[in-house]
Design a binder for this molecule. Structure first.
Ligand code: MOS
Length: 754
C-alpha cells in the first residue's frame, strides 16, 4: 500500500480466529433464504417435464386449480409473454453465463431436458402446492432423447467462444508430431469424468415480493448483482427496481452463480398472484434445472525423453452441454501452463445432450483436467521407471510456458518437498501391489494442484461510528467460506479497531457493487476493496486528530500515528486518545472510507496461479475391491493466509469434494427417458465423515502483492484440484489397476482383477 502509516497495522490478519458468524449459525439465528419470514407469503412448486425432448401438447390443470388454497397454475397458456426478453433475444442477446442463461420461463411448450419446468403452482401453503403440482397432467409429443455421452461422441463439435470471456478455446504451440517423434516413451489414454450434481446442504430457494413496480428477491445466490441484472433485463424493469439479498448461503460451489429459471419464475409468480412467493427447490429438483458438472471425455497424449523431459502434451476435451446452450468445462486450461514443454496442444469440444445446461462446479476445468493430466503423468512415470515427483520436477515451469510471463509467485517446488516429507513419501515402494497392511493393499499416490489467482473489480465502504463500532459494507457473499470473518479481520487491522467491534454486511444490492463470489477470487477482489476502504477511513481519523488543536496528537506527523485497539497514539509518546473521544469532539459524526479495487496492468506482466501438491494413501480390499482413503497431506502456496483456520477448512473441504469426485459422485440418467435416476442424496453419494480421513494441510510461506494489495491468492477451489488423480494414482499403486473413468468404484477395481 502507498500510505506511509500502512506499515503499522494490526495483527488479527493471519490469526486462526473463529468465524465471526459462527454463533449465529450454531444458534440458528442466521437465516437462510427459505427461512426469511415474509408476511402474506405464498408457496410455489414447479411442475417438471417427464420427457427429455419434444413438446408438451396439452396441460390439464383443472384438478389442480380446483384444490382449496390454490391461487394460480401458471402454464405457457396463461403466463404473460416476456417482451423485453424476446427483444433481447431478437437483438442477438443471450448474455454470457453465469448471469445470462437460456431459461425455462413458460414462454413456449418445447422440452429440452427431463425435469424442465413446464408449469408452476402457487398456493397458500407448501403442502397444497405440492399436491396440486402432482395433479397437473401433461400430454407430450416425445422425441427420442440423446443422453448417452458415448453414443453422442461422434457429434462433438469444436467449442469456439472465449473461455471465461477471455481465454482461447484452442491452443497450439510447437510441433506435436515432431515432439512425439522425439519421444522415448508415450502415453495415449482416454480419461472420463461423469456428470456430477451440486449437493450443498442448502437447496436453491427464492422469495420474491413486489412493492408496486419494485421487486425484492431473497435468493440463495453467490452473485447478487448478477441476479439483479438478469431479473431486470428479463422482466423489462430498471435494475434499480430490483433488490437482491443473500445473507447466508449453505454452500454454493458455483451452482448458485447463475440466476436459474426458478428465480425468475418466483418473481413472475409473485407479480401474477399479487403476493410474495417462495419457491424452494427440493433435493430432486437440484438435478437438471440448476446445472452441474458436465460429462468429460479427455484424450491425453504425452511424450517424453528417457530422462523424463516432456516432448509433447496434447489434451483434447469433449464435454457434454445441453441442446440449447454452449457451456464448456475447460479441462485443458491447466495443461497449457502447468509444465514446461515445447509442443503443447489443447482443444475443447462440445457434445449436445438432452440434459439441463451444466455450470461451474468447484474448480470447473481444473478439477476434471487435473484428473486426466496428473493421471497420465503418473502413467508416464511408470513407463519411464521414474519417481512421479522427480518427473514433475524435471519439467518444472520456471515461467508460464504459455505466455512466457514470469509467475507472480510460485512455491510448487516447496510444496512437493513439504508434502513429501510430511507424508513420508520415501517409504513408498513404487512397485504396484507391493505394500500391504494386514489384508489391505496399500497405495500411495500424489498429484499437482493448481488454480488461477484471479480478481475482479470490487468496491467497499467502511464506516467508523462515534461509539467505536466499525461497519464494513460490500455486496459480496459468504458461501460458508469465511468471507464475513476475513473481511472483519482485514478491516480491524487496517482501522486499528478491535475485531469485536467490527460488523460486516454482505449480500445485498443496496451495498457497494461486488463480483460473483466464485473463481476463488472473493478475498483478492472484495478483500482488497475492504482493505483500501478501511485504510481510507483510518487516514481520515488520523487527519482529524493531527489537525485538531484539542487533540493530544495535534501537530504530530501523519505517519507517526498508530491506531491500536481503538486508541490513537503518536510513535514514541505515551499520550493519545481513543477514537470515541476524538469523534465525540467532532459532533458525533461517523467517519467513512470508500474504495474501489480492481486489477491493473500487473495481470499483463505476470502469470498468476496458486500451486500445491496433494498426497494420498488408499487401502483396497483385494477380495472386494473396496477402496478407502486413509491419509491425505496437502501442501499449498496460496499467497498470504489471512486466517489459517478458515483457510484450512476451505482446503479440507476442497479435498473432501475431491474424494467425492474420485470415488462416488456420478449423476446417472436413464438413456430412454433422460430422467435423472439417482436424484437424491441416498443414491447420489457424497463423502460422509466416515469416508474422510484425517488431513494435514501445510502452507508454503508466500505473500503475493503482485496479485492484490493484501497478498492473498485465493483458496476456494485449489484444494479440489489434483485429488482425483492422486487417488487414482494411489489406487493403481495399491492394486496395479488403472481406472481412467471416474468414479473409482469397487466394480471397476474388481473388473481390473485386483
Ligand atoms: Mo466456484 S465453481 O467458481 O463457485
Amino acid at each position: 500500500m502507498t500510505t506511509p502509516n500502512s506499515e503499522r497495522v494490526g495483527d488479527v490478519v493471519g490469526k486462526p480466529i473463529n468465524r465471526v458468524d459462527g454463533k449465529l449459525k450454531v444458534t440458528g439465528a442466521a437465516r437462510y433464504t427459505a427461512e426469511i419470514p415474509v408476511a402474506h407469503l405464498t408457496h410455489a412448486v414447479i411442475v417438471q417435464s417427464q420427457i427429455a425432448r419434444g413438446m408438451v401438447e396439452r396441460l390439464d390443470t383443472s384438478a389442480a386449480e380446483q384444490l382449496d388454497g390454490v391461487l394460480a397454475v401458471m402454464t405457457p397458456d396463461n403466463t404473460p409473454k416476456l417482451e423485453s426478453l424476446a427483444k433481447f433475444a431478437r437483438e442477438g442477446g443471450k448474455g454470457p453465463p453465469p448471469t445470462g442463461r437460456s431459461l425455462s420461463l413458460l414462454q413456449d411448450n418445447l422440452v429440452h431436458y427431463n425435469g424442465q419446468p413446464i408449469a408452476l403452482v402457487i398456493a397458500e401453503n407448501f403442502e397444497v402446492a405440492m399436491h396440486a403440482a402432482s395433479l397437473v397432467r401433461a400430454t407430450y409429443r416425445a422425441d427420442i432423447p440423446v443422453v448417452d455421452m458415448a453414443l453422442a461422441l461422434p457429434s462433438a463439435f469444436p467449442y469456439t467462444q472465449k473461455i471465461f470471456g477471455s481465454l482461447p478455446p484452442q491452443t497450439l504451440r510447437g510441433d506435436i508430431q515432431a515432439g512425439l517423434a522425439a519421444a522415448d516413451a508415450r502415453i495415449d489414454e482416454v480419461y472420463t469424468t461423469p456428470m456430477e450434481t451440486h449437493n450443498p446442504m442448502e437447496m436453491h430457494a427464492t422469495i420474491a415480493a413486489w412493492d408496486g413496480d419494485r421487486v425484492t428477491l431473497w435468493d440463495s445466490t453467490q452473485n447478487v448483482y448478477g441476479v439483479r441484472g438478469v431479473v431486470a433485463r428479463t422482466l423489462g424493469i430498471p435494475p434499480e427496481h430490483v433488490r437482491v439479498l443473500s445473507h447466508f448461503i449453505g454452500g454454493a460451489f458455483g451452482g448458485k452463480g447463475s440466476a436459474w429459471s426458478h428465480v425468475l419464475l418466483a418473481a413472475m409468480a409473485a407479480r401474477q398472484v399479487g403476493r410474495p412467493v417462495k419457491l424452494a427447490l427440493t433435493r430432486r429438483q437440484m438435478f437438471g434445472p440448476v446445472g452441474g458438472r458436465p460429462h468429460t471425455v479427455q484424450y491425453l497424449t504425452l511424450g517424453a525423453k528417457r530422462d523424463g523431459t516432456f516432448t509433447t502434451i496434447r489434451h483434447d476435451t469433449k464435454a457434454s452441454t445441453s441442446t440449447f446452450e454452449d457451456w464448456i468445462e475447460p479441462a485443458g486450461l491447466v495443461t497449457r501452463t502447468l509444465y514446461e514443454c515445447a509442443n503443447v496442444e489443447t482443444n475443447h469440444h462440445l457434445v449436445r445432450l438432452n440434459v439441463g445446461t451444466p455450470t461451474f462446479m468447484r474448480a470447473p476445468g481444473e478439477a476434471s483436467g487435473t484428473f486426466a493430466l496428473e493421471s497420465a503423468i503418473d502413467e508416464l512415470a511408470y513407463a519411464l521407471d521414474m519417481d512421479p515427483i522427480a518427473l514433475r520436477l524435471k519439467n518444472y515451469a520456471d515461467a508460464d510456458p504459455e505466455s512466457g510471463k514470469p509467475w507472480s509467485s510460485k512455491s510448487l517446488e516447496a510444496c512437493y518437498a513439504l508434502g513429501a516429507e510430511r507424508f513420508d513419501w520415501s517409504r513408498r515402494n513404487p512397485k504396484p501391489r507391493s505394500m500391504r497392511e494386514g489384508d489391505w493393499l496399500v497405495g500411495m499416490g500424489m498429484a499437482t494442484a493448481t488454480y488461477p489467482a484471479r480478481r475482479a473489480p470490487a468496491s467497499a465502504e467502511v464506516c467508523i461510528y462515534p461509539d467505536g463500532r466499525v461497519v464494513v459494507k460490500a455486496a459480496s457473499h459468504d458461501l460458508g467460506t469465511g468471507t464475513y470473518t476475513v473481511l472483519a479481520q482485514l478491516a480491524a487491522d487496517a482501522t486499528g479497531m478491535p475485531i469485536q467491534h467490527v460488523t460486516v454486511e454482505l449480500g445485498d444490492t443496496n451495498l457497494p457493487p461486488n463480483p460473483i463470489s466464485a473463481g476463488s477470487m472473493t478475498v483478492a477482489s472484495t478483500g482488497s476493496a475492504v482493505h483500501l476502504a478501511a485504510m481510507a477511513a483510518r487516514n481520515k481519523l488520523v487527519e482529524l486528530a493531527v489537525s485538531d488543536p484539542d487533540s493530544p496528537l495535534h501537530g504530530a506527523r501523519h505517519e507517526d500515528i498508530l491506531i491500536e485497539e481503538g486508541c490513537l497514539t503518536s510513535r514514541g509518546s505515551e499520550c493519545g486518545e481513543s477514537v470515541q473521544t476524538l469523534l465525540a469532539r467532532h459532533g458525533g459524526q461517523a467517519i467513512d472510507g470508500k474504495a474501489e479495487a480492481k486489477p491493473g496492468d500487473e495481470t499483463q506482466q505476470y502469470s498468476m496461479h496458486s500451486f500445491g501438491a496433494v498426497f494420498v494413501e488408499v487401502r483396497v480390499d483385494p477380495d472386494f475391491g473396496t477402496i478407502r482413503v486413509s491419509k491425505v497431506v496437502g501442501a499449498y502456496g496460496v499467497g498470504r493466509v489471512l486466517n489459517p483456520k478458515t483457510a484450512r477448512s476451505q482446503l479440507i473441504g476442497g479435498i473432501t469434494y475431491g474424494i467425492g469426485m474420485a470415488l462416488m459422485e456420478h449423476t446417472v440418467t436413464d438413456p430412454r427417458s433422460g430422467r435423472y435416476v439417482n436424484a437424491d442424496i441416498a443414491e447420489y453419494h457424497i463423502p460422509v465423515h466416515a469416508d474422510v480421513p484425517p488431513m494435514e494441510i501445510l502452507f508454503a510461506d508466500e505473500r503475493d502483492e503482485r496479485v492484490d494489495p493484501i497478498g492473498a491468492k485465493g483458496i476456494g477451489e485449489i484444494g479440489m484440484t489434483g485429488v482425483a488423480a492422486a487417488i487414482a494414482n494411489a489406487a493403481f499403486h495399491a492394486t496395479g489397476a488403472r481406472v481412467r473413468n471416474l468414479p473409482i468404484t469397487l466394480d471397476k477395481l474388481l473388473e481390473s482383477k485386483v
